[in-house]
Design a binder for this molecule. Structure first.
Ligand SMILES: Cc1cc2nc3c(=O)[nH]c(=O)nc-3n(C[C@H](O)[C@H](O)[C@H](O)COP(=O)(O)OP(=O)(O)OC[C@H]3O[C@@H](n4cnc5c(N)ncnc54)[C@H](O)[C@@H]3O)c2cc1C
Length: 421
């Protein structure tokens, strides 16, 4: 029977049947398409998960290898290094290339770590300890490199003792006593996620080392590199930096000159006139969701770190190092109330001035002799016996001192103190 011959009721019934079958068929096709898509997505997700897992395994293996190498080639105490090359890097900036005198292999270091030097700048005088960040790539273990800025006149108006000794006295072929790489301000290659590296002045040394590691990393991480410097005369590694950034899409370089000279070309030598400050970061970065590594002079650190926190960057994602202890002191402010400090050997009793200064700084104001080195709790040169009392640490020492001793350069009194100095 054709459709025309059917009664109205049968025709309606037949049409409803056809519609029903069509709906079921469409639903079936849709479910099938959805299933296929889900299957494809799941397989893509599994592939991505697998890729990430493989990456994690490779990086963990590399970290393990690095740690094994470190343990294997590490040295304790002082090791003699020969200066194999001394190279001017700009106005009052010089790099030293160092190789161990024993010719044995060098341990891998984490980019951002520093070497500790013990030198004798005054003939027949006492040794002096200073730290210098490794400015070379952790992948290049033929030598270590450090880069030093000459302190022409420091806060006290005096020329820097050790930086000038390196500039004026030490030459290629000389040897220096060096402690193994150390420090907590380093870049961990096993972590993923985007990073912002910020270097101010000679504070660019550790972050430059981090950048070299990021540039050659197996999996590219979005990297922003901000470098604040006075002008072209003090611009470290201009060509290598430009080459690194222009060859890699994931690296964005922003050089800021605070006092550009007439010969400095904007857009070629540098990108911005002014400082690396929070306004610039807010303008250029798409978000604040980065790990920040910051190293620079006191002024920069004292404003930028609180500004980053205020911008909503969690403190755990801000990694910083200070070369000049003043900046850490100012950043932390006053944390002690008036306390009595007795320096037993010198027979002096002093009332803590409640201005946040460290035990070492207090001893210096009283002309009480106390050894010092890095002044940021790293090198241990200022370790002093604590006979009585308790201290806070302005910033955590790299290694906690043994019980009954304090690291005077970062210690401030919690109670009245008696120290063996
Ligand atoms: C972990 C760490 C890593 C470091 N890495 C580097 C590096 O890669 N390159 C580098 O050049 N320096 C670096 N420093 C600083 C270096 O250790 C010395 O402090 C610096 O060379 C000055 O020593 P000095 O003996 O010449 O000056 P000092 O005789 O100790 O000081 C003379 C005067 O200069 C002031 N002063 C000291 N240090 C500074 C400073 N950094 N900036 C401005 N004024 C200062 C002092 O307050 C004082 O008034 C680093 C420091 C630390 C703690």
């Amino acid at each position: 029977m054709s459709l025309v011959e059917m009664s109205d009721a049968s025709r309606l019934f037949w049409l409803a049947g056809v519609v029903f079958v069509l709906v079921v068929a469409i639903q079936g096709v849709m479910s099938l398409t959805f299933l296929v898509k889900r299957q494809r997505l799941q397989s893509r997700l599994s592939q991505e998960q697998l890729r990430l897992l493989e990456q994690q395994v490779t990086l963990t293996a590399r970290l393990h290898q690095t740690q094994t190498d470190m343990k294997h080639f590490f040295w304790s105490g002082l090791r003699k290094f020969r200066i194999v090359k001394k190279q001017s890097e700009g106005r009052d900036l010089v790099s030293f290339y160092l190789k161990p005198e024993d010719d044995r292999a060098l341990p891998v270091f984490f980019p951002g770590q520093f070497l500790t030097f013990q030198v004798w700048p005054n003939k027949g005088g006492k040794s002096v300890t200073r730290c210098y960040s490794l400015s070379s790539s952790p992948q290049d273990l033929d030598h270590y490199r450090i880069t030093i800025k000459r302190i022409v006149a420091g806060a006290n108006g005096e020329p820097g003792l050790v930086s000038n000794f390196f500039f004026d006295t030490l030459a290629e072929g000389d040897t220096v006593d060096v402690r193994a790489p150390s420090g907590h301000f380093y870049f961990n290659e096993t972590r993923s996620g985007p990073v912002v590296l910020i270097g101010g002045g000679v504070g660019v040394t550790p972050v430059f080392s981090m950048l070299t590691a990021l540039a050659t990393a197996a999996s590219p991480r979005e990297t922003w590199f901000f470098y604040g410097v006075k002008n072209g005369a003090e611009h470290l590694w201009k060509d290598p930096l430009t080459a690194l950034a222009s060859a890699r899409e994931h690296i964005r370089l922003h050089v800021c000159y605070s006092q550009p000279e007439a010969s400095d070309r904007k857009g070629i030598d540098y990108q911005h006139a002014g400082h690396v400050d929070i306004e610039r970061l807010k303008r250029l970065l798409p978000a604040n969701n980065y790990d920040f590594f910051v190293c620079g002079p006191a002024d920069m650190m004292n404003t930028l770190i609180p500004d980053l926190i205020q911008w909503g960057v969690p403190e755990g994602r801000i990694h910083s190092e200070t070369f000049n202890p003043k900046s850490s002191r100012q950043m932390l402010g006053d944390t002690a109330s008036k306390k009595a400090v007795r320096f037993l050997r010198s027979g002096k009793s002093v009332t803590w001035p409640d201005d946040g200064q460290t035990l070492l700084a207090l001893a210096e104001t009283q002309q009480i002799p106390m050894d010092s080195g890095c002044r940021v709790g790293h090198c241990g040169a200022c370790k002093t016996v604590l006979k009585q009392g308790e201290v806070f640490y302005q910033q955590q020492p790299s290694k906690p001192p043994e019980p009954g001793t304090v690291l005077a350069c970062v210690a401030i009194p919690k109670t009245d103190l008696e120290v063996d100095a």
